[in-house]
Design a protein. Sequence first.
Length: 84
Amino acid sequence: MADWPPAQVAARVAEIIRHHPEKYDQVVWLETSAAQQALGLSDLEAAWLFSSYRERTEVLAALDELAAGHRPELPDDDEYNEDA
């Protein structure tokens, strides 16, 4: 997947999560920096998406946005704002 465009990576990851929910574990993202790069995420977007507090529905919504070629809309909260 490393050579795939970020939208294609996001679509494939979302597909895997949807078809194999038993394998989904938000706490475990292998090679987070590689995943961040493959998905084309900023540091803030990666921190939000890879958070262990993220629910599957939120992850899938963000991946769907990325697959559509859009940036995921992040909530405006202090959890991911280092200046807060």
